[in-house]
Design a protein around this ligand. Structure first.
Ligand code: ADE
Length: 253
């Protein structure tokens, strides 16, 4: 998987490439990341990337020419011109695990980090194949969002995760979206706070039942809209009915 990132802050990506999963995947050659400075694709002495919005209003808008040039150059240099060109912006479709799985099927992605009040709309209509948002909140630029996309897609690249940390076990994996169960480690008692007995029991059937129930209950309380998309076993449906019957009011947490 090769990521191309177009940004006005190329140095932003230094530290995320030097830590954890991305560092490991880069070192192993499982992914490649190329950062492109948008200002390199300007043609004026001031290296201008933005301008005032037509129609008036506050802030500045990214000009189309440098972004088009950057993407055309990347395409000309890369083997495959069919790689998705993705604009990161709060107007995009929401990044979910299912979207990450879809992106991970490609051999490369071109990520364009937006900035300021916006990006000239001709970039979205005539250059990019997709526009992605990482959530319903506004960041001042797409750099953090591009980092999020690279991290969650890299986890899905075959070979990046060892068997033990397989993405198959992710709670949002394989079309299943359910919140993860609680996890505990030693000590078994900390400041009077005890680890649930069942986890110390060694009874693996009971442990996995407890975990599934905890996942369901957390999802039911915090993200009930996710439950509709789950394929549940009869036992899990019974667990949910029991929660409903117990009339535990979903807490706003
Ligand atoms: N740029 C600014 N806000 C963003 C968001 N929520 N997602 C992706 N890119 C963004």
């Amino acid at each position: 998987m090769r990521f191309h990132v177009v940004t006005i802050f190329p140095d932003f990506f230094g530290s995320i490439l030097e830590h954890g999963l991305l560092k490991r995947a880069l070192a192993a050659g499982e992914i490649e990341i190329r950062i492109h400075d948008l200002r390199e694709f300007t043609d004026d002495p001031h290296r201008t990337v933005d301008d005032r919005p037509f129609g008036g209003g506050p802030g500045m808008v990214f000009k189309p020419e440098p972004i088009f040039r950057a993407v055309e150059q990347i395409r000309a240099d890369s083997a495959d011109p069919s790689w998705p060109v993705i604009l990161l912006s709060p107007q995009g479709r929401l990044l979910t695990q299912a979207v990450a799985e879809e992106l991970a099927r490609h051999r490369g992605l071109i990520l364009i980090c937006g900035r300021y009040e916006g990006v000239d709309e001709r970039v979205a209509t005539h250059l990019t194949s997709d526009e992605l948002s990482i959530g319903d909140y506004v960041l001042s630029g797409g750099e953090l969002a591009a980092a999020v996309v690279m991290e969650c897609v890299t986890r899905l690249v075959p070979g990046v995760l060892g068997n033990e940390e397989s993405a198959q076990q992710d709670s949002f994996g394989e079309g299943q979206a359910i919140l993860d169960c609680p996890h505990y480690t030693r000590p078994a008692e900390f400041r009077g706070l005890k680890v649930p007995e069942v986890l110390l029991s060694g009874n693996h059937r009971e442990i996995s039942r407890w975990r599934r129930r905890q996942s369901l209950e957390k999802t039911w309380r915090r993200r009930p809209e996710l439950l509709a998309g789950l394929s549940l076993t009869a036992e899990e449906r019974a667990m949910l009915e029991e929660m409903e019957r117990a009339r535990v009011t979903p807490a706003p947490r």
